[in-house]
Design a protein around this ligand. Sequence first.
Ligand SMILES: NC(=O)c1ccc[n+]([C@@H]2O[C@H](COP(=O)([O-])OP(=O)(O)OC[C@H]3O[C@@H](n4cnc5c(N)ncnc54)[C@H](O)[C@@H]3O)[C@@H](O)[C@H]2O)c1
Ligand SMILES: C[C@@H](CO)CCC[C@@H](C)[C@H]1CC[C@H]2[C@@H]3[C@H](O)C=C4C[C@@H](O)CC[C@]4(C)[C@H]3CC[C@]12C
Length: 368
Amino acid sequence: MADSAETQELVYLVTGGCGFLGEHVVRMLLQREPRLRELRIFDLHLGPWLEELKTGPVQVTAIQGDVTQAHEVAAAVAGAHVVIHTAGLVDVFGKTSPETIHEVNVQGTQNVIEACVQTGTRFLIYTSSMEVVGPNIKGQPFYRGNENTPYEAVHRHPYPCSKALAEQLVLEANGREVLGGLPLVTCALRPTGIYGEGHQIMRDFYHQGLRLGGRLFRAIPASVEHGRVYVGNVAWMHVLVARELEHRAALMGGQVYFCYDNSPYKSYEDFNMEFLGPCGLRLVGTRPLMPYWLLVLLAALNTLLQWLLRPLMLYAPLLNPYTLAVANTTFTVSTDKARRHFGYEPLFSWEESRTRTIRWVQTVEGSA
Ligand SMILES: NC(=O)c1ccc[n+]([C@@H]2O[C@H](COP(=O)([O-])OP(=O)(O)OC[C@H]3O[C@@H](n4cnc5c(N)ncnc54)[C@H](O)[C@@H]3O)[C@@H](O)[C@H]2O)c1
Ligand SMILES: C[C@@H](CO)CCC[C@@H](C)[C@H]1CC[C@H]2[C@@H]3[C@H](O)C=C4C[C@@H](O)CC[C@]4(C)[C@H]3CC[C@]12C
């Protein structure tokens, strides 16, 4: 919990605070933001773990709400000094409609912006995504690029489209006058593939491996690099930006920052095996066991099955045309913009990130 040495005067709001990243942001704020007086956690689905947070010196206020409802957002934002907006539908598996993804990710973000303007909140940090940049629809690689690397960021899938639109809204809102006459200061953080305690996709891969007798079968060439970043470092970057945004508004306002740490560059599958291997799984094959055209066919078949089964059940496998394309396209970042602009250094080393994630996988139900 925060050290009470400093004046506890600030009110923070974290939207999506019960999600995979949101929970880590909430816990990091309580541990490392000594100026917190109140921490508001706004989410469609509140977690039972919130109760344990209410015993500390910081007032923790759980707010069950929907970012698509402007009045609910405004009520939650009113009086907050800082808003960290992580709430969103992270759906690349066809679980929800494109309209719903847009409504939550874009309109929901617009509602957060308007709530800041109408109620006088001056600092807004938005959790964007690498997918605002790519991989693009042409499957062009983004090899150890940075925030200034030229790249044709053209998307068709509802999720990256929604993240790109929302990020644009946030950045364009920088400088708008809020209630009280002062300017709104915004910035956007772009995590690459986040991993760590609570990562649902990692859990899905683990269960898939258990179902296949402790084996996973390579489908992606080992040469395809995919950027990954530990959730604790992403949370730390959010806390640091929220702390520095006021003093460095001229430099940081309206800026985007990739989230990065010292996690190694590997293929998506090989990277996952850093955690699943020590938990008893084995990745079969030094090269993809199926030809790419067969994977494309299977991915298309999954889309057809999802459509046929929709009246009966939700069928949303990991493999679909979009996830296959993303998984097979190199996308890695190499940047120090966050360090240069607000002194970011990863809080957790690769070794610590790996150990923490392995320990978490070992607690996943069904683990050996
Ligand atoms: N997971 C990643 O690899 C990754 C990478 C880059 C960016 N991001 C971004 O980080 C953010 C959090 O992602 P995550 O992986 O923690 O996802 P998550 O699904 O675990 O968390 C999202 C949270 O938002 C909440 N939410 C969804 N719709 C809502 C609504 N209408 N109103 C209020 N709350 C709502 C959910 O209940 C959930 O708690 C998202 O904006 C996502 O785009 C995630
Ligand atoms: C071919 C499959 C059989 O092994 C492998 C499928 C892997 C995919 C499920 C994942 C590969 C890349 C992931 C995405 C990437 O890490 C970045 C993302 C951005 C973030 O904002 C949301 C999550 C995601 C889209 C992430 C989703 C899962 C992958 C597509």
